[in-house]
Design a protein around this ligand. Sequence first.
Ligand SMILES: NC(=O)c1ccc[n+]([C@@H]2O[C@H](COP(=O)([O-])OP(=O)(O)OC[C@H]3O[C@@H](n4cnc5c(N)ncnc54)[C@H](O)[C@@H]3O)[C@@H](O)[C@H]2O)c1
Length: 413
Amino acid sequence: MGQSTSRRRFLENICFGSAGAAGLWNMASMAEERAPQTKTPPWASRPVREDDVGTVPTAAETAWEPVSDRKLRVGIVGYGVCQFGAAFGFQDHPNVDIVAVSDLYPDRCQALAGACKCQKTYPSLEELIQDDQVEAVFVATDAPSHARHCIETLRHGKHVACAVPAVFGSVADAEELHETVRQTELTYMLFETSCYRDDCHAMRQIYNHGGFGKLVYSEGEYYHYFPTPLASYKEWRTGLPPLWYPTHSDAYYICVAGGHFTEVSCMGFRSQIPHLAADGNRYKNPFGTEVALFRTSEGGIARITCSWDTPGLEGEVGRVRGQRGSMTGMTYQGLQENLPDLKKPPLPPGMSAGGHGGSHGYLCHEFITSILQKRRPLVDVAWALNMSVAGVIAHESALKDGELMKVPHFQSV
Ligand SMILES: NC(=O)c1ccc[n+]([C@@H]2O[C@H](COP(=O)([O-])OP(=O)(O)OC[C@H]3O[C@@H](n4cnc5c(N)ncnc54)[C@H](O)[C@@H]3O)[C@@H](O)[C@H]2O)c1
């Protein structure tokens, strides 16, 4: 493979999601399918992949129904390496009018304007949020700026959606963001892509239906091999502590059960890769892989992993095991006789589900409809911070060689 092809594939993987997660999931479900079954026990496997769902009409087969004919006036900021500003389908949503865009780099700003078919540009987020026309902003800037950018946007009276993570290594930023959402009473949503992967969505429906009982054990993993740092604004990705980027993994507990973590012990692997050595990055991070064991608010256990220094299958993957059933990929095995509808609901015509397991369009749609319906979005500030801060504490525990540490809990506001 030529260097440019491999680099392109690498960028596609990180920015739009790799086939790796599907690969991991397929291996797991293939193993189950291969297992010989002599009789059908009550906990037998019930595959719920699209081709196996059967005759029950699903939401996806029903037509999309608008909740309003109002167009929300949206501003979009950030068109960096992943070109995320235009990746979630705001420009295709029937309830959205993109009224302004911004990136610090003029060429990126123009490209974002073109991708969003928007005339008005601003040289920075700080200037865009002064615009009274803008009612809501999608923040797709560098991760270290997320908390500050979202707080500023909320303080200017605008709803905000943000790329992950919600905060970057700072519990104080999390507290300030939480307080700002509480005070402003505006909508905040985190665009955590694992949350709307097919399996995570289906697990959530089954959990809410009682098909798992309490989650006894869950696992979430995110694997991305970074032998050299990937380009990013002010090199924020160089030496990034793995579990400062926890949300793709811990979504497989928090976005399934809606719970949170109470304590954590985490171990790290001291990486041989230069930018992941303590003297090779600004974070003094010595780890290329971190594995955390969390106690959950239900009394269960979650193993959450993030790895930058292990080549192999890449992507995000998760599994859950509960008192009444378990699920890997789209295969439920358990005591629940009747499963709820597991398909994701229809999107507005012309909107694509998009990258990262068909999650992008759903995140955008949820943000917009939650504002129109004046309700909390699925990944609200509590889920966002419970996912993000858990990783900050886990990294602290890893630096203390696995010391058991308390994890703060953020409530919905
Ligand atoms: N699966 C996922 O959810 C997923 C995948 C990839 C990236 N991401 C997240 O998406 C975000 C963007 O990723 P990226 O690789 O494009 O980042 P990047 O660092 O390459 O680009 C960030 C962009 O933000 C712009 N920016 C920074 N401050 C600004 C300001 N004040 N005003 C206007 N523009 C400003 C910069 O000019 C830059 O172009 C990151 O936070 C990343 O964590 C999430």
